[in-house]
Design a protein around this ligand. Sequence first.
Ligand code: ADP
Ligand code: ZN
Length: 608
Amino acid sequence: MTDGITRAREILGRVFGYRDFRGPQQAIIGHVVEGGDALVLMPTGGGKSLCYQIPSIVREGTGVVVSPLIALMQDQVDALKLAGVEAAFLNSSLDAGTARAVEQAFVAGHLDLLYVAPERLLTDRFLSLLERSKVALFAIDEAHCVSQWGHDFRPEYIQLSVLHERFPAVPRIALTATADGITRQEIIDRLALQDARHFVSSFDRPNIRYRVVEKDAAREQFGRFLRDGHQGEAGIVYCQSRRKVDETAIWLSGLGVAALPYHAGLDAEVRRVHQQRFLREDGIVMVATVAFGMGIDKPDVRFVAHLDLPQSLEGYYQETGRAGRDGEASEAWLAYGLSDVVLLRNRIDESGSPDEVKRVERQKLEAMLGYCETTECRRRVLLDYFGEALEPDYRCGNCDNCLEPPETQDGTVAAQKLLSAALRTGQRFGAGHLIDLLLGKATPRMVQFGHDRLPTFGIGSELDDLGWRAVARQLVAAGYLHANSERYGALQLTEPARGLLKGEVSIRIRKAVRRKTGARDRAGRATRPAALPPGIDEALLEALRACRRRLASEQGVPAYVVFHDATLVEMALLKPGTLDELRQVSGVGDTKLARYGEAFLAAVREAT
Ligand code: ADP
Ligand code: ZN
């Protein structure tokens, strides 16, 4: 072991209270401590922060961290300080006097870590401070912000190449959780990281359980999901529209859930307060549009639910990735139905974007639909999309398709019936009417158009309404039917549909299932991922949580900054009686032991 790694290990244990490095952390930290440049691609929750925090402490001078997430700097710095690290930040939220004090501490060499907003870093004033200070390294967090094609583009990031030009001897480490190859290449080019070592992790998030349900009554389905194992837990609920966000938040509040809305239509101050409460309080459910989430590094988000279909797998993966950063069991839940598909397709068609853009958007939506309809392991489909190939028969054991393999059946005849119903009615009607037709329902509309006299009327009794909706959805998803936006979602046949009608191709479809409440996995256990280890003293755990809440609010920091859930769980299992015993718990470093040790020991004593 090199000297650098020995010191890094010592800091890992003493300051952060962790026993071992996770995944590639040791290799990355070793490389940066020795002065090498690095590009780190690691999924959310992989443990990127330690990759620059520890080298900043080990190396002489201050680690300068560029981050676009001003709102979170305070919490990050608070967390480091509580662990005994000399950390500070500089951004527009500081008054001039405080900013000057931070600058002085920096130049005087008193800081291990300094977080800076990119626009601040690029000022002449700050660049000249850098000239006069000892810089241990530059960490460029959220490095994908240099990508002009990504939705987090920050023009200032492009100018960060100045760091390399002006301070060639200072090692740089760029980090991101954005996986795709184009973004990676842009980071390398724009930040001049050609000679940096690349550390690319798997983007798998094994602790997240993926689940997709057929939308029936989305709200009630989601209500059940919450009741069956996520009560009192922190989560994010994504909706497509602001209105739906507001309505859903009100509905959840009515059920007694601590739910808050978040979207771009709310006042900036309201948004700030809601975000703050979500971060600081236990068990808040944030109901939001995609405007919410970038850089939310709350570690104990236990679920991310989508009540509407996301537009792409990139977005979906990023959003679901906000669950379970602490590595504990978490769920990604998505409800989707035919109306989602129709809505999103129409939105693309009517967007007025250039054809090339529409084409890409359609492809992305197809991939999203393919994920929803797949009968294979969902994790395999996701990782495959992001360029990580797994065996075709790979089974992760932690997605709905692995836990309750869906039944498929030959769907050719059913598909033909639905296609001919569309043809016979002039391709002018949506799924609802066609299904009524197949089921032989003589609705006023049916009679008005004389459709009750068609040969297809009533020929579909082998399936019920839900079954036919599944067929329609799968035909649309597979591109046999097109929902025409100018005709209110009228289903029209596409060219490949002819082959299906003529019996030249056949299709297998997923059987529609009415999933019962509290579905069971193969072993008969409730499908909720096991959050708590068996035999844990839940009353003790609650007492430890209360202790954490009290300390956090006394100090005005989020609860997880005091200790993570995993640390409290380990404490509840170990029931430490002395400071030495408490120090063995993962996440308890020296400074936190000194600061909080007695309080938690007292909590253990009182509750046991
Ligand atoms: P990222 O920035 O990659 O999303 P973080 O740096 O926030 O991830 O780390 C995610 C979580 O994992 C944090 O709660 C962190 O404290 C924890 N963590 C990181 N490294 C380790 C480790 N070696 N042992 C235990 N926990 C760790
Ligand atoms: Zn799986």
